[in-house]
Design a protein around this ligand. Structure first.
Ligand code: MLT
Length: 253
Protein backbone atom coordinates (compact mmCIF):
# COMPACT_ATOMS: atom_id res chain seq x y z
CA UNK A 1 0.00 0.00 0.00
CA UNK A 2 1.33 3.46 -0.88
CA UNK A 3 1.56 5.96 1.95
CA UNK A 4 0.65 9.45 0.67
CA UNK A 5 2.49 11.86 2.94
CA UNK A 6 1.88 15.61 3.12
CA UNK A 7 3.53 18.18 5.37
CA UNK A 8 1.83 21.47 6.29
CA UNK A 9 4.14 24.06 7.78
CA UNK A 10 1.21 25.88 9.41
CA UNK A 11 -2.25 24.66 10.44
CA UNK A 12 -3.78 27.55 8.47
CA UNK A 13 -2.47 25.94 5.29
CA UNK A 14 -4.93 23.04 5.56
CA UNK A 15 -8.64 23.01 4.99
CA UNK A 16 -9.97 20.96 7.95
CA UNK A 17 -12.45 19.16 5.66
CA UNK A 18 -9.60 17.76 3.57
CA UNK A 19 -8.41 15.75 6.56
CA UNK A 20 -11.51 13.55 6.67
CA UNK A 21 -10.58 9.87 6.57
CA UNK A 22 -6.86 10.58 7.09
CA UNK A 23 -4.34 10.49 9.92
CA UNK A 24 -3.02 13.87 11.11
CA UNK A 25 0.07 14.16 13.30
CA UNK A 26 0.29 17.50 15.12
CA UNK A 27 3.83 18.72 15.84
CA UNK A 28 4.61 21.57 18.25
CA UNK A 29 7.96 20.44 19.57
CA UNK A 30 8.59 23.75 21.44
CA UNK A 31 6.67 22.91 23.49
CA UNK A 32 3.01 21.86 23.49
CA UNK A 33 3.29 18.40 21.95
CA UNK A 34 6.46 17.59 23.90
CA UNK A 35 4.67 18.59 27.10
CA UNK A 36 1.60 16.48 26.25
CA UNK A 37 3.85 13.43 25.76
CA UNK A 38 5.70 14.19 28.98
CA UNK A 39 2.44 14.55 30.93
CA UNK A 40 1.21 11.14 29.73
CA UNK A 41 4.64 9.59 30.34
CA UNK A 42 4.41 10.89 33.93
CA UNK A 43 1.09 9.10 34.37
CA UNK A 44 -1.49 11.79 33.64
CA UNK A 45 -4.84 10.13 33.03
CA UNK A 46 -5.42 12.23 29.93
CA UNK A 47 -4.93 15.74 28.51
CA UNK A 48 -7.89 17.94 27.62
CA UNK A 49 -6.82 20.56 25.04
CA UNK A 50 -8.77 23.84 25.24
CA UNK A 51 -8.66 26.77 22.82
CA UNK A 52 -9.02 29.57 25.34
CA UNK A 53 -8.04 30.30 28.93
CA UNK A 54 -11.73 30.71 29.79
CA UNK A 55 -12.61 27.30 28.32
CA UNK A 56 -9.76 25.73 30.29
CA UNK A 57 -10.88 27.31 33.55
CA UNK A 58 -14.46 26.19 32.93
CA UNK A 59 -13.48 22.60 32.08
CA UNK A 60 -11.23 22.44 35.14
CA UNK A 61 -13.96 23.80 37.40
CA UNK A 62 -16.27 20.99 36.26
CA UNK A 63 -13.82 18.33 37.53
CA UNK A 64 -13.14 17.36 41.15
CA UNK A 65 -10.10 19.31 42.33
CA UNK A 66 -8.07 16.22 43.20
CA UNK A 67 -8.52 14.88 39.69
CA UNK A 68 -7.32 17.76 37.55
CA UNK A 69 -4.47 20.13 36.97
CA UNK A 70 -4.54 23.29 34.83
CA UNK A 71 -1.55 23.82 32.56
CA UNK A 72 -0.40 25.87 29.60
CA UNK A 73 0.96 29.22 28.51
CA UNK A 74 0.34 32.48 26.74
CA UNK A 75 3.33 34.20 25.18
CA UNK A 76 5.34 31.29 26.57
CA UNK A 77 4.62 32.30 30.16
CA UNK A 78 2.59 30.54 32.82
CA UNK A 79 -1.02 31.74 33.04
CA UNK A 80 -2.27 33.45 36.20
CA UNK A 81 -3.95 30.99 38.52
CA UNK A 82 -2.84 27.92 36.54
CA UNK A 83 -1.03 25.12 38.35
CA UNK A 84 1.62 24.54 35.69
CA UNK A 85 3.20 26.38 32.76
CA UNK A 86 4.32 24.71 29.55
CA UNK A 87 7.79 23.45 30.48
CA UNK A 88 7.78 19.67 29.98
CA UNK A 89 9.89 19.18 33.11
CA UNK A 90 7.06 20.55 35.27
CA UNK A 91 4.92 17.55 34.32
CA UNK A 92 6.02 14.93 36.84
CA UNK A 93 4.43 11.95 38.56
CA UNK A 94 3.88 14.20 41.58
CA UNK A 95 2.25 17.04 39.66
CA UNK A 96 0.07 15.14 37.16
CA UNK A 97 0.00 11.44 38.06
CA UNK A 98 -3.56 10.04 37.76
CA UNK A 99 -5.01 13.45 36.83
CA UNK A 100 -6.60 15.11 33.82
CA UNK A 101 -4.38 17.91 32.52
CA UNK A 102 -6.65 20.70 31.28
CA UNK A 103 -4.31 22.39 28.82
CA UNK A 104 -4.27 25.51 26.66
CA UNK A 105 -1.36 26.93 24.67
CA UNK A 106 -0.90 29.67 22.10
CA UNK A 107 -0.47 27.54 18.99
CA UNK A 108 -0.42 23.85 19.83
CA UNK A 109 -3.97 23.47 21.05
CA UNK A 110 -5.19 25.51 18.03
CA UNK A 111 -3.35 23.16 15.69
CA UNK A 112 -5.02 20.16 17.34
CA UNK A 113 -8.40 21.83 16.84
CA UNK A 114 -7.62 22.50 13.16
CA UNK A 115 -7.20 18.73 12.69
CA UNK A 116 -10.58 17.88 14.25
CA UNK A 117 -11.99 16.21 11.12
CA UNK A 118 -9.13 13.75 10.68
CA UNK A 119 -10.06 10.15 11.37
CA UNK A 120 -7.07 9.91 13.71
CA UNK A 121 -5.32 12.83 15.41
CA UNK A 122 -1.92 11.94 16.83
CA UNK A 123 0.61 13.95 18.79
CA UNK A 124 4.24 14.02 17.61
CA UNK A 125 7.49 15.50 18.89
CA UNK A 126 11.21 14.68 18.83
CA UNK A 127 10.62 12.30 21.71
CA UNK A 128 8.37 9.95 19.77
CA UNK A 129 9.56 10.14 16.14
CA UNK A 130 10.31 6.41 16.01
CA UNK A 131 7.00 5.45 17.63
CA UNK A 132 5.10 7.68 15.18
CA UNK A 133 6.94 6.18 12.19
CA UNK A 134 6.31 2.61 13.35
CA UNK A 135 2.59 3.25 13.62
CA UNK A 136 2.26 5.32 10.45
CA UNK A 137 3.78 2.70 8.19
CA UNK A 138 0.38 1.00 7.72
CA UNK A 139 -1.62 4.17 6.91
CA UNK A 140 -2.45 5.32 3.41
CA UNK A 141 -2.92 9.10 3.81
CA UNK A 142 -0.98 11.01 6.42
CA UNK A 143 -0.69 14.74 7.13
CA UNK A 144 2.07 16.10 9.34
CA UNK A 145 0.78 19.40 10.70
CA UNK A 146 3.27 21.85 12.18
CA UNK A 147 1.79 24.26 14.73
CA UNK A 148 4.10 27.19 13.91
CA UNK A 149 4.35 30.23 16.14
CA UNK A 150 1.58 32.80 15.98
CA UNK A 151 0.93 32.25 12.30
CA UNK A 152 4.62 32.06 11.35
CA UNK A 153 6.48 28.95 10.21
CA UNK A 154 9.02 27.76 12.73
CA UNK A 155 12.07 25.67 11.92
CA UNK A 156 11.89 23.51 15.07
CA UNK A 157 8.57 21.97 14.01
CA UNK A 158 9.72 21.63 10.39
CA UNK A 159 12.82 19.69 11.48
CA UNK A 160 10.77 17.17 13.46
CA UNK A 161 8.39 16.77 10.51
CA UNK A 162 11.54 16.11 8.45
CA UNK A 163 12.72 13.46 10.92
CA UNK A 164 9.36 11.68 10.58
CA UNK A 165 9.51 11.85 6.77
CA UNK A 166 13.04 10.44 6.88
CA UNK A 167 11.89 7.62 9.16
CA UNK A 168 9.12 6.68 6.74
CA UNK A 169 11.25 6.72 3.60
CA UNK A 170 13.49 3.69 3.75
CA UNK A 171 14.68 2.05 0.51
CA UNK A 172 11.85 -0.51 0.68
CA UNK A 173 9.07 1.89 1.61
CA UNK A 174 6.17 2.76 -0.66
CA UNK A 175 5.92 6.34 0.54
CA UNK A 176 4.91 9.23 -1.73
CA UNK A 177 5.96 12.48 -0.08
CA UNK A 178 4.68 15.83 -1.31
CA UNK A 179 7.09 18.66 -2.11
CA UNK A 180 7.03 20.13 1.40
CA UNK A 181 7.79 16.69 2.84
CA UNK A 182 10.83 16.49 0.55
CA UNK A 183 12.00 19.93 1.68
CA UNK A 184 11.73 19.21 5.40
CA UNK A 185 13.41 15.86 4.91
CA UNK A 186 16.38 17.61 3.28
CA UNK A 187 16.53 20.10 6.17
CA UNK A 188 16.52 17.23 8.67
CA UNK A 189 19.26 15.37 6.79
CA UNK A 190 21.44 18.50 6.90
CA UNK A 191 21.00 18.73 10.66
CA UNK A 192 21.80 15.05 11.11
CA UNK A 193 24.91 15.37 8.92
CA UNK A 194 26.05 18.45 10.86
CA UNK A 195 25.67 16.59 14.15
CA UNK A 196 27.85 13.77 12.80
CA UNK A 197 30.43 16.21 11.41
CA UNK A 198 30.65 17.93 14.80
CA UNK A 199 30.84 14.59 16.61
CA UNK A 200 27.91 15.64 18.78
CA UNK A 201 25.12 13.28 19.79
CA UNK A 202 21.96 14.07 17.84
CA UNK A 203 19.85 15.26 20.82
CA UNK A 204 22.65 17.58 21.94
CA UNK A 205 23.08 18.96 18.45
CA UNK A 206 19.32 19.30 17.93
CA UNK A 207 19.05 21.45 21.05
CA UNK A 208 21.64 23.79 19.49
CA UNK A 209 19.70 23.83 16.22
CA UNK A 210 16.51 24.68 18.13
CA UNK A 211 18.25 27.86 19.35
CA UNK A 212 18.23 28.90 15.72
CA UNK A 213 14.46 28.66 15.24
CA UNK A 214 11.58 31.02 15.84
CA UNK A 215 10.19 28.88 18.67
CA UNK A 216 13.64 28.48 20.21
CA UNK A 217 14.47 32.19 20.09
CA UNK A 218 11.14 32.97 21.77
CA UNK A 219 11.94 30.59 24.61
CA UNK A 220 15.50 31.90 25.02
CA UNK A 221 14.13 35.44 25.25
CA UNK A 222 11.90 34.53 28.21
CA UNK A 223 14.47 32.45 30.08
CA UNK A 224 13.32 28.95 29.11
CA UNK A 225 16.60 27.75 27.54
CA UNK A 226 16.44 24.49 29.53
CA UNK A 227 13.32 23.43 27.67
CA UNK A 228 15.23 23.20 24.38
CA UNK A 229 17.37 20.31 25.62
CA UNK A 230 14.35 18.55 27.10
CA UNK A 231 12.42 18.89 23.83
CA UNK A 232 15.42 17.62 21.82
CA UNK A 233 15.55 14.20 23.53
CA UNK A 234 14.92 12.02 20.50
CA UNK A 235 12.90 8.83 20.98
CA UNK A 236 12.54 9.00 24.74
CA UNK A 237 8.82 8.08 24.48
CA UNK A 238 7.64 4.77 23.06
CA UNK A 239 4.02 5.78 22.55
CA UNK A 240 1.93 8.10 20.40
CA UNK A 241 -0.75 10.15 22.14
CA UNK A 242 -4.10 10.02 20.35
CA UNK A 243 -7.07 12.39 20.48
CA UNK A 244 -10.23 10.54 21.46
CA UNK A 245 -12.72 12.43 19.34
CA UNK A 246 -15.69 11.43 21.49
CA UNK A 247 -14.33 12.81 24.73
CA UNK A 248 -12.03 15.48 23.23
CA UNK A 249 -9.24 14.14 25.43
CA UNK A 250 -5.76 13.02 24.46
CA UNK A 251 -4.79 9.61 25.78
CA UNK A 252 -1.70 7.46 25.62
CA UNK A 253 -2.03 5.47 22.38
C1 MLT B 1 2.53 26.77 21.58
O1 MLT B 1 1.44 26.23 21.76
O2 MLT B 1 2.82 27.45 20.63
C2 MLT B 1 3.62 26.55 22.55
O3 MLT B 1 3.10 25.98 23.64
C3 MLT B 1 4.40 27.80 22.85
C4 MLT B 1 5.26 27.66 24.07
O4 MLT B 1 5.58 26.58 24.50
O5 MLT B 1 5.63 28.68 24.66
Amino acid sequence: MTLHLSVHLLPELIEPEKLRGTTAVVIDVLRATTTICQALEAGARDVLPCLTIEDARREAAALPEAQRVLGGERGGLAIDGFDLGNSPAEYTVESVGGKTVVFTTTNGTKAIRQCRHAEQVWIGCAGNVRAVCDRLATRDEVHLVCAGTEGQITRDDALIAGAIVEGLMGPESACEPDDVARLVRAAWRNVRAASMARGMGLPHHLAVEFEDSRGGRNLLAIGHADDLAVAARMDCFDFVPVLDRETGRIVRG
